[in-house]
Ligand binder design. Sequence first.
Ligand code: ADP
Length: 768
Amino acid sequence: MVEEDPLTVKVDHLKENTYNKDDDVIKATSFEVISTLREVLKTSSLWKDHVQTYIQHVGDFNYPRLADFGAAISGANKLLCQEVLEELDVDKRLKLTLELVKKDMEISKLQQAIAKAIEEKISGDQRRYLLNEQLKAIKKELGLETDDKTALSEKFRERIEAKKDKCPPHVLQVIEEELTKLQLLEASSSEFNVTRNYLDWLTVLPWGNYSNENFDVHHAQQILDEDHYGLSDVKERILEFIAVGKLRGTSQGKIICLSGPPGVGKTSIGRSIARALNRQFYRFSVGGLADVAEIKGHRRTYVGAMPGKMVQCLKSVGTANPLVLIDEIDKLGRGHSGDPASALLELLDPEQNINFLDHYLDVPIDLSKVLFVCTANVIDTIPNPLLDRMEIISIAGYITDEKMHIARDYLEKNTREACGIKPEQVEVTDAALLALIENYCREAGVRNLQKQIEKIYRKIALQLVRQGVSNEPALEAVIVTPSVEPTDGGSATIVKDEKLNDPAVKDPEEAKEPSLKETLVTEPALSTDTLSTPEGNKDTDGVKEEAADKAVKKVLIDSSNLDDFVGKPVFHAERIYEQTPVGVVMGLAWTSMGGSTLYIETTKVEEGEGKGALVMTGQLGDVMKESAQIAHTVSRAILRDKEPDNKFFADSKLHLHVPAGATPKDGPSAGCTMITSMLSLAMGKPARKDLAMTGEVTLTGRILPIGGVKEKAIAARRSSIKTIIFPAANKRDFDELADNVKEGLEVHFVDTYSEIYKLAFQNETETS
Ligand code: ADP
């Protein structure tokens, strides 16, 4: 500064150092600056303007100007730019500029990356939004849109439109009201959901939609026979039902209760009845059911409320006249709030169920066309009001002969098919089946028999597969009769196709287990040298594979090799005594598992003046204990009458036992057996051989009727008892039994104990 006012300055022009224009380093650096600038220009539109200005104002182009320009537009701070200006060495100056420009380029790249990331994020969000919109549109199109109220009510309206003619008007009215309500509710509110579910149930039920019933009695009979052997009373009852339906033109609902021991076909006949009548089948078990809501439904106000079983049934079967099987009705539980039995009564009673009211549904539904079939093991525990409305059909269990038929014609056939075995591949002889029934499956039902048969067939299947049999390709069944007759008439025989020229195939298991009495027989003519011996065929397994498909093998099961399939017999003879000794008499008992025989044993513990007393063992219930006391008193009276001098009861302490000691027993029906046992001891006379009896006794010696006549008769037959004594009042029950049950039994019906006395203790000529 030269002078302050006016401001005068002395200017000295800075001149760059001289430089060589053709210097390679300078050139190269300048090119680098230019190319970097170009790079930057691409990304930043801001710079374009600068370049324009530069080109306009600074026409000619040289290195120092380039350096200045680069630094100027680099956006670097003042100090750095000043540094460039002050540098007089052109080369250094260019380098400084290059540095600044490069830095700028980095910044610009970073800026680009940031921009890109932001842009991506924004477009991703947009895409999602777009897709969501599309999804909504698609859902709406398909009627899946959940919160679209109009679509929802449209769906319900469509559903009910189809049933409008048959639907009762009061239901239509409720549906209409609910639909209006649905429109007013907020879609996200909980009440909306309740209403929606409610409408869903209301509209899905088969209002007035009945399946066409088949009233053809012959057809029904055919189906019933197809599925079950025997059970004539049940079948007859069903046919009657169909006949009434045919005459009236409509069917009415009814309650049938099938009672009997497990495995006698109660459940399966229910299914069969449905098939015969062409009704839909629905089964629910009420065993242990304690909650009334299971039957009557919950009120809609509860969270997660559901309608009762009956409404669920109607929904699932889709017709208003199904057959509903209520299983185990005798095991109905007791509710803490409300009584399931009464609820069931409302459901079953034909007077009430025409307007059955489910708490959830809240509109009466007509169940009068539903056919109810209940099953129970015992009827004593069924609540009385329920029992009153049912028609009881009892199935007592099967005798050996019936079991044979069932096993042959039903169980075996089904099992064979289920196991994929062909009839020609297996033969179970009558003797084997009989042994199976008599020694393994003596209970009343056939479920265990079915299990044993399944066991046998599974084992056979394994044997066949081990031998390489495959049932898929059609086999050419050429069965050769065994040339070696089994000596004991009971060994399983595997017969091979004669075309097979290979060494005999041997089951590996067989080699290990010589007890499995199977002999392999080949056509003797062609394979004498290859005839298998248990030792000679251990390494033939490889050959087996290829030969397998050509071979047809048959497994024979007889009584002698039955053990190999089902193990040792589980039942020992029920009869402990061949001839009952003094003080022991056979009685007949009835349990929920069917009938059985049991012994009543009495012995003397000690004797002495005035020692008369009675102790009892054998897990006896109160009723049975009382009945023993009664028997003691009655026997004393009878003995006084028959042998006035006999002081036995007055002076002896008696012990009465009922084996088996681990089984709890109760009931009054052993009364007469106990008296006979005590009298036998008192008189030192054994009771008549092969005699069994049952009957409740009063203090005066009268015999009262008992239950389970058929079961008891079957049990007596099983134990090969010839003579049975029943109360006279049970004569009708016995007469109604099928002939094959009564056959060969000598039955006496008695009114008072003195008749039993005659039968048991006086010799046969006297009694006859
Ligand atoms: P439950 O309900 O009485 O305990 P199920 O109905 O389950 O017994 O019957 C058990 C099995 O026995 C079923 O496979 C059934 O097919 C068979 N069964 C029972 N009785 C007969 C019969 N009379 N004829 C053919 N199969 C029978």
